[in-house]
Design a protein around this ligand. Structure first.
Ligand SMILES: NC(=O)c1ccc[n+]([C@@H]2O[C@H](COP(=O)([O-])OP(=O)(O)OC[C@H]3O[C@@H](n4cnc5c(N)ncnc54)[C@H](O)[C@@H]3O)[C@@H](O)[C@H]2O)c1
Length: 261
Protein backbone atom coordinates (compact mmCIF):
# COMPACT_ATOMS: atom_id res chain seq x y z
CA UNK A 1 0.00 0.00 0.00
CA UNK A 2 1.45 3.45 -0.85
CA UNK A 3 2.41 5.65 2.10
CA UNK A 4 0.14 8.65 1.58
CA UNK A 5 -1.32 11.32 3.81
CA UNK A 6 -4.91 12.19 3.01
CA UNK A 7 -6.33 15.05 5.10
CA UNK A 8 -9.19 15.78 2.71
CA UNK A 9 -11.77 15.71 5.51
CA UNK A 10 -9.77 18.05 7.79
CA UNK A 11 -9.96 21.79 8.46
CA UNK A 12 -6.68 23.49 9.36
CA UNK A 13 -6.51 26.90 11.03
CA UNK A 14 -3.07 28.30 10.11
CA UNK A 15 -1.62 31.53 11.50
CA UNK A 16 0.96 33.51 9.57
CA UNK A 17 -0.06 32.03 6.22
CA UNK A 18 0.96 34.87 3.91
CA UNK A 19 4.72 34.41 3.78
CA UNK A 20 7.71 32.24 4.55
CA UNK A 21 7.16 29.04 6.51
CA UNK A 22 3.40 29.68 6.69
CA UNK A 23 3.19 29.54 2.89
CA UNK A 24 5.06 26.23 2.93
CA UNK A 25 2.69 24.87 5.59
CA UNK A 26 -0.33 26.04 3.55
CA UNK A 27 1.07 24.43 0.39
CA UNK A 28 1.70 21.06 2.04
CA UNK A 29 -1.68 20.90 3.83
CA UNK A 30 -3.37 21.81 0.54
CA UNK A 31 -1.41 19.02 -1.20
CA UNK A 32 -2.76 16.63 1.44
CA UNK A 33 -6.26 17.81 0.51
CA UNK A 34 -7.06 19.71 3.72
CA UNK A 35 -9.21 22.85 3.88
CA UNK A 36 -6.93 25.70 4.99
CA UNK A 37 -8.06 28.85 6.78
CA UNK A 38 -5.19 31.32 6.97
CA UNK A 39 -4.45 34.61 8.64
CA UNK A 40 -1.78 37.27 8.72
CA UNK A 41 -1.16 40.94 9.32
CA UNK A 42 -1.59 41.74 5.64
CA UNK A 43 -4.80 42.89 3.95
CA UNK A 44 -6.34 40.31 1.61
CA UNK A 45 -4.75 42.03 -1.43
CA UNK A 46 -1.33 41.13 0.00
CA UNK A 47 -2.42 37.57 0.74
CA UNK A 48 -2.75 36.59 -2.93
CA UNK A 49 0.23 34.23 -2.86
CA UNK A 50 -1.40 32.26 -0.02
CA UNK A 51 -4.75 32.10 -1.81
CA UNK A 52 -3.19 31.13 -5.15
CA UNK A 53 -0.94 28.54 -3.51
CA UNK A 54 -3.87 26.73 -1.93
CA UNK A 55 -5.98 27.06 -5.07
CA UNK A 56 -3.28 25.60 -7.29
CA UNK A 57 -2.57 22.66 -4.95
CA UNK A 58 -6.11 21.68 -3.94
CA UNK A 59 -8.49 23.55 -6.25
CA UNK A 60 -10.12 25.14 -3.20
CA UNK A 61 -10.23 28.85 -2.38
CA UNK A 62 -9.12 29.21 1.22
CA UNK A 63 -10.57 31.53 3.82
CA UNK A 64 -8.19 34.38 4.62
CA UNK A 65 -8.68 36.60 7.66
CA UNK A 66 -6.58 39.70 8.24
CA UNK A 67 -5.81 39.38 11.94
CA UNK A 68 -3.15 40.40 14.42
CA UNK A 69 -2.64 37.41 16.73
CA UNK A 70 -1.51 39.70 19.55
CA UNK A 71 -5.04 41.14 19.68
CA UNK A 72 -7.51 38.87 21.56
CA UNK A 73 -10.47 40.30 19.59
CA UNK A 74 -8.77 39.43 16.30
CA UNK A 75 -8.14 35.88 17.53
CA UNK A 76 -11.81 35.46 18.47
CA UNK A 77 -12.86 36.76 15.03
CA UNK A 78 -10.39 34.42 13.31
CA UNK A 79 -11.88 31.40 15.07
CA UNK A 80 -15.50 32.45 14.54
CA UNK A 81 -14.95 33.18 10.82
CA UNK A 82 -13.22 29.81 10.37
CA UNK A 83 -16.07 27.97 12.06
CA UNK A 84 -18.67 30.02 10.14
CA UNK A 85 -17.01 29.00 6.85
CA UNK A 86 -16.05 25.36 7.53
CA UNK A 87 -18.17 24.37 10.56
CA UNK A 88 -15.19 22.89 12.43
CA UNK A 89 -11.48 23.03 13.24
CA UNK A 90 -9.49 19.76 13.26
CA UNK A 91 -5.92 21.06 13.24
CA UNK A 92 -4.40 24.25 14.64
CA UNK A 93 -1.13 25.13 12.91
CA UNK A 94 0.14 27.86 15.24
CA UNK A 95 2.92 29.44 13.24
CA UNK A 96 2.79 33.27 13.27
CA UNK A 97 5.75 34.96 14.88
CA UNK A 98 8.68 37.20 14.17
CA UNK A 99 12.28 37.80 15.21
CA UNK A 100 12.67 40.12 18.18
CA UNK A 101 16.46 40.30 18.45
CA UNK A 102 17.44 42.99 20.97
CA UNK A 103 20.03 41.54 23.34
CA UNK A 104 19.85 41.30 27.11
CA UNK A 105 21.12 44.85 27.72
CA UNK A 106 19.47 46.51 24.74
CA UNK A 107 15.97 45.04 25.05
CA UNK A 108 13.33 47.68 25.82
CA UNK A 109 10.20 46.99 27.88
CA UNK A 110 8.17 47.46 24.68
CA UNK A 111 10.23 44.84 22.79
CA UNK A 112 9.89 42.43 25.71
CA UNK A 113 6.09 42.90 25.74
CA UNK A 114 5.70 42.55 21.95
CA UNK A 115 7.81 39.42 21.95
CA UNK A 116 5.92 37.89 24.88
CA UNK A 117 2.56 38.58 23.28
CA UNK A 118 3.39 37.49 19.74
CA UNK A 119 5.85 34.66 20.22
CA UNK A 120 4.29 33.06 23.30
CA UNK A 121 0.92 34.28 24.62
CA UNK A 122 -0.82 34.33 21.23
CA UNK A 123 -0.22 30.56 20.85
CA UNK A 124 -1.77 29.86 24.27
CA UNK A 125 -4.73 32.21 23.69
CA UNK A 126 -5.52 30.77 20.28
CA UNK A 127 -5.22 27.18 21.52
CA UNK A 128 -7.80 27.94 24.25
CA UNK A 129 -10.18 29.54 21.75
CA UNK A 130 -9.86 26.52 19.42
CA UNK A 131 -10.19 23.96 22.22
CA UNK A 132 -13.95 23.25 21.96
CA UNK A 133 -13.67 22.71 18.21
CA UNK A 134 -10.53 20.56 18.48
CA UNK A 135 -12.26 18.46 21.17
CA UNK A 136 -15.15 17.88 18.79
CA UNK A 137 -12.87 16.85 15.89
CA UNK A 138 -13.51 13.24 14.85
CA UNK A 139 -10.53 11.15 15.98
CA UNK A 140 -9.21 14.04 18.10
CA UNK A 141 -7.85 17.48 17.42
CA UNK A 142 -4.20 18.32 16.73
CA UNK A 143 -2.09 21.36 17.60
CA UNK A 144 1.28 21.92 15.94
CA UNK A 145 3.24 24.87 17.35
CA UNK A 146 6.10 26.53 15.50
CA UNK A 147 8.91 27.16 18.00
CA UNK A 148 12.50 27.54 16.72
CA UNK A 149 15.98 26.09 16.98
CA UNK A 150 16.49 29.03 19.39
CA UNK A 151 14.52 26.87 21.85
CA UNK A 152 17.57 24.59 21.97
CA UNK A 153 20.53 26.93 21.59
CA UNK A 154 20.94 30.55 20.60
CA UNK A 155 23.34 33.37 19.72
CA UNK A 156 24.36 36.56 21.49
CA UNK A 157 21.86 39.28 20.59
CA UNK A 158 18.88 36.96 19.96
CA UNK A 159 17.27 37.70 23.33
CA UNK A 160 14.29 37.90 24.02
CA UNK A 161 13.15 35.82 20.97
CA UNK A 162 15.01 32.77 22.27
CA UNK A 163 13.28 33.08 25.67
CA UNK A 164 9.76 32.80 24.27
CA UNK A 165 10.73 30.10 21.77
CA UNK A 166 12.13 28.07 24.67
CA UNK A 167 8.92 28.69 26.63
CA UNK A 168 6.84 27.36 23.72
CA UNK A 169 8.31 23.93 24.48
CA UNK A 170 6.73 24.29 27.93
CA UNK A 171 3.41 25.25 26.35
CA UNK A 172 3.55 22.14 24.13
CA UNK A 173 4.22 20.01 27.23
CA UNK A 174 1.39 21.57 29.29
CA UNK A 175 -1.16 21.29 26.49
CA UNK A 176 -0.15 17.64 26.18
CA UNK A 177 -0.40 17.04 29.92
CA UNK A 178 -3.78 18.73 30.30
CA UNK A 179 -5.60 18.16 26.98
CA UNK A 180 -4.45 14.70 25.85
CA UNK A 181 -5.69 12.32 24.60
CA UNK A 182 -8.56 14.35 23.11
CA UNK A 183 -6.18 16.95 21.71
CA UNK A 184 -2.66 15.93 20.69
CA UNK A 185 -0.02 18.70 20.76
CA UNK A 186 3.45 18.72 19.24
CA UNK A 187 5.98 21.37 18.31
CA UNK A 188 8.54 21.91 15.58
CA UNK A 189 11.80 23.79 16.07
CA UNK A 190 13.09 24.79 12.62
CA UNK A 191 16.68 25.82 12.07
CA UNK A 192 17.60 28.48 9.49
CA UNK A 193 14.82 28.46 6.91
CA UNK A 194 15.11 30.55 3.76
CA UNK A 195 12.49 33.28 4.41
CA UNK A 196 12.44 37.09 4.51
CA UNK A 197 13.19 36.93 8.25
CA UNK A 198 16.58 35.41 7.52
CA UNK A 199 17.16 37.67 4.54
CA UNK A 200 16.70 40.58 6.95
CA UNK A 201 19.18 38.93 9.33
CA UNK A 202 21.80 38.52 6.59
CA UNK A 203 21.21 42.14 5.55
CA UNK A 204 22.47 43.30 8.96
CA UNK A 205 25.98 42.17 7.94
CA UNK A 206 28.32 44.34 5.82
CA UNK A 207 28.44 41.60 3.13
CA UNK A 208 25.12 39.69 3.25
CA UNK A 209 26.08 37.22 0.49
CA UNK A 210 29.34 36.32 2.23
CA UNK A 211 27.53 35.86 5.55
CA UNK A 212 24.95 33.60 3.87
CA UNK A 213 27.72 31.49 2.31
CA UNK A 214 29.54 31.29 5.66
CA UNK A 215 26.29 30.23 7.39
CA UNK A 216 25.43 27.59 4.80
CA UNK A 217 28.92 26.10 5.05
CA UNK A 218 28.33 25.45 8.78
CA UNK A 219 25.45 23.06 8.04
CA UNK A 220 26.16 19.38 7.38
CA UNK A 221 23.47 19.76 4.69
CA UNK A 222 25.42 22.80 3.31
CA UNK A 223 22.26 24.87 2.81
CA UNK A 224 19.35 26.54 4.60
CA UNK A 225 16.01 24.75 4.91
CA UNK A 226 12.93 25.53 2.83
CA UNK A 227 9.40 26.48 3.98
CA UNK A 228 8.04 23.39 2.20
CA UNK A 229 10.33 21.13 4.25
CA UNK A 230 8.86 22.53 7.48
CA UNK A 231 5.35 22.33 5.98
CA UNK A 232 5.95 18.63 5.36
CA UNK A 233 6.65 18.15 9.07
CA UNK A 234 3.43 19.93 9.99
CA UNK A 235 1.43 17.61 7.73
CA UNK A 236 3.17 14.46 8.95
CA UNK A 237 2.81 15.42 12.63
CA UNK A 238 -0.89 16.22 12.09
CA UNK A 239 -1.46 12.88 10.37
CA UNK A 240 -2.35 9.52 11.85
CA UNK A 241 1.15 8.27 11.06
CA UNK A 242 2.35 10.48 13.96
CA UNK A 243 -0.50 9.68 16.34
CA UNK A 244 1.78 8.38 19.14
CA UNK A 245 3.76 11.61 19.10
CA UNK A 246 2.80 14.13 21.79
CA UNK A 247 4.47 16.77 23.94
CA UNK A 248 7.75 16.91 22.01
CA UNK A 249 9.22 19.75 19.97
CA UNK A 250 11.21 18.39 17.05
CA UNK A 251 14.44 20.08 16.00
CA UNK A 252 14.70 20.26 12.19
CA UNK A 253 17.95 22.03 11.48
CA UNK A 254 19.84 20.31 8.67
CA UNK A 255 22.22 18.82 11.23
CA UNK A 256 23.53 22.21 12.43
CA UNK A 257 23.16 21.38 16.13
CA UNK A 258 25.47 18.35 15.99
CA UNK A 259 28.46 20.38 14.76
CA UNK A 260 31.00 20.84 17.55
CA UNK A 261 32.30 24.43 17.76
N1 LIG B 1 12.67 31.62 9.13
C1 LIG B 1 13.30 30.86 10.00
O1 LIG B 1 14.48 30.51 9.84
C2 LIG B 1 12.60 30.38 11.23
C3 LIG B 1 13.27 29.44 12.03
C4 LIG B 1 12.64 28.96 13.16
C5 LIG B 1 11.37 29.38 13.48
N2 LIG B 1 10.74 30.31 12.71
C6 LIG B 1 9.40 30.70 13.10
O2 LIG B 1 8.51 30.46 12.03
C7 LIG B 1 7.43 31.37 12.08
C8 LIG B 1 7.29 32.05 10.73
O3 LIG B 1 8.51 32.67 10.40
P1 LIG B 1 8.85 33.09 8.89
O4 LIG B 1 10.33 33.06 8.76
O5 LIG B 1 8.03 32.31 7.95
O6 LIG B 1 8.38 34.62 8.91
P2 LIG B 1 7.80 35.56 7.75
O7 LIG B 1 8.09 36.94 8.20
O8 LIG B 1 8.27 35.12 6.42
O9 LIG B 1 6.22 35.31 7.84
C9 LIG B 1 5.55 35.61 9.04
C10 LIG B 1 4.07 35.36 8.91
O10 LIG B 1 3.49 35.60 10.21
C11 LIG B 1 2.55 36.63 10.10
N3 LIG B 1 2.58 37.46 11.30
C12 LIG B 1 3.63 38.11 11.86
N4 LIG B 1 3.21 38.80 12.94
C13 LIG B 1 1.88 38.57 13.05
C14 LIG B 1 0.87 39.00 13.93
N5 LIG B 1 1.14 39.84 14.95
N6 LIG B 1 -0.39 38.57 13.74
C15 LIG B 1 -0.69 37.74 12.71
N7 LIG B 1 0.21 37.29 11.85
C16 LIG B 1 1.48 37.71 12.02
C17 LIG B 1 2.87 37.43 8.85
O11 LIG B 1 1.70 38.10 8.41
C18 LIG B 1 3.37 36.31 7.94
O12 LIG B 1 2.25 35.65 7.37
C19 LIG B 1 7.75 32.32 13.24
O13 LIG B 1 7.07 31.89 14.39
C20 LIG B 1 9.24 32.18 13.39
O14 LIG B 1 9.66 32.49 14.71
C21 LIG B 1 11.33 30.82 11.59
Amino acid sequence: MPFTIDLSDKVVLLTGSTAGIGLGIARQFARAGAHVAGCGLEAIEQAREFIQTVQSESGQTPLYVQADVTQPDDLARLVSETVARYGRIDILASNAGTNVFAGVDGCSEAEWEINLNLNLASHWRLARLCKPYLEAAPGGGIIVVNASCHAYSSLPGCFPYNVTKTALMGLVRSLTLEWSPTIRTVGVAPGFIDTRLNEAWFDTFPDPAAERARTEAQFPMRRLGTPDEIGGWFVFLASDYARFSAGQTYLIDGGRSVVMM
